[in-house]
Design a protein around this ligand. Structure first.
Ligand code: CP
Ligand code: NVA
Length: 309
């Protein structure tokens, strides 16, 4: 992965994902290292963020590096300055860029013109750092990945796309239940089907069918950032898709509940279960930092995993 971009889970192999998870396990155990001393990460965000911004900043600092954050109002990507020029200029100052954009195309243009690697910190199409963290969290909780079943209940959005690809690459069965018109993009489904040599993928409109016997119940907001004008329409379309105790009771006895956060409590997820013992959402949030340490270390050519031990 050194020197390459991470715009999609499809930029990774199954081996890359397992290696990143192992590195995250090790880096979680050993918190402060200095292999990225002298390196600088630029964070360019067109949308708000709590987890991604803070976890990347702290991850970079814990590895000895430095961070520059450019907020939505400062960036003006494609408005104050063309996206290629922003990429050309930033490449002269920093060693790596993590960008959160509305359009995935903006991210691709940034990467095309940047001399340094670009990481997708969430676009309308994918959220790879979240999906990799989620697999790491599942691995921590279950001790394995292959053969498990993850049921995603809700919108076929950026988070669902990255999870679908990441589960397919690691042998996790993936089920998604979405209302008509809100399922995953065909192109992502086809790619995941190509990857899923040893696992199954199910797209359904029936949340109960998806949840039955699943090891992980996963949900995300019904209205993603940038879709606020559709919020009312979406609340109506998704009204039968709330993850609550009734749905969770269909899953495996030791199933865990996951959500990338921020959550709209009482909407896609009932208030009670986010704080129930089944919920691992705050560990997921913490794990963003450990997994991102692994990503930064590998992309910037830090120490080999074996050296952590
Ligand atoms: N899960 C996640 O990416 O959260 P933020 O939008 O707060 O970064
Ligand atoms: N699907 C959500 C994820 C936020 C982390 C969004 O794009 O807003």
């Amino acid at each position: 992965m050194k020197g390459k971009d991470l715009l999609s889970v499809a930029d990774l192999t199954s081996e890359d994902i397992y290696r990143l998870i192992q590195a995250a396990v090790d880096l979680k155990a050993e918190d402060r290292l200095s292999q990225l001393t002298g390196k600088v990460l630029a964070l360019i965000f067109e949308k708000p963020s709590l987890r991604t911004r803070v976890s990347f900043e702290i991850a970079m600092r814990k590895l000895g590096g430095q961070v520059v954050y450019l907020s939505p109002s400062e960036v003006g990507l494609g408005k104050r300055e063309s996206v290629p020029d922003v990429a050309r200029v930033l490449s002269r100052y920093v060693d790596i860029i993590a960008a959160r954009t509305f359009s995935h195309q903006t991210l691709e243009t940034l990467a095309d013109y940047s001399q340094v690697p670009v990481i997708n910190a969430l676009s309308d199409l994918e959220h790879p750092c979240q999906a990799l963290t989620d697999l790491f969290t599942i691995y921590e909780k279950k001790g394995e990945l292959q053969g498990l079943t993850l049921a995603f209940i809700g919108d076929g959005n950026n988070v669902a796309h990255s999870l679908m690809l990441a589960t397919a690459l690691t042998g996790v069965n993936f089920r998604i239940a979405s209302p008509p018109g809100y399922s995953v993009k065909e192109e992502i489904l086809h790619l995941a089907q190509e990857y899923a040599a040893e696992s199954e993928i199910l797209c359904t409109e029936d949340p109960n069918l998806a949840a039955r016997g699943a090891d992980v119940i996963y949900t995300d907001v019904w209205t993603s950032m940038g879709q606020e004008a559709e919020a009312k329409l979406r609340r109506k379309a998704f009204s039968g898709y709330q993850v609550n105790m009734d749905l969770l009771s269909l899953a495996s006895e030791d199933a865990i509940l996951m959500h990338p956060l921020p959550a709209h409590r009482g909407e896609e997820v009932s208030e009670d279960i986010l704080d129930s013992p089944k919920s691992v959402v705050f560990e997921q949030a913490e794990n963003r930092m450990h997994l991102e340490k692994a990503i930064l270390n590998e992309m910037l050519g830090g120490l080999e995993i074996a050296s952590y031990r």
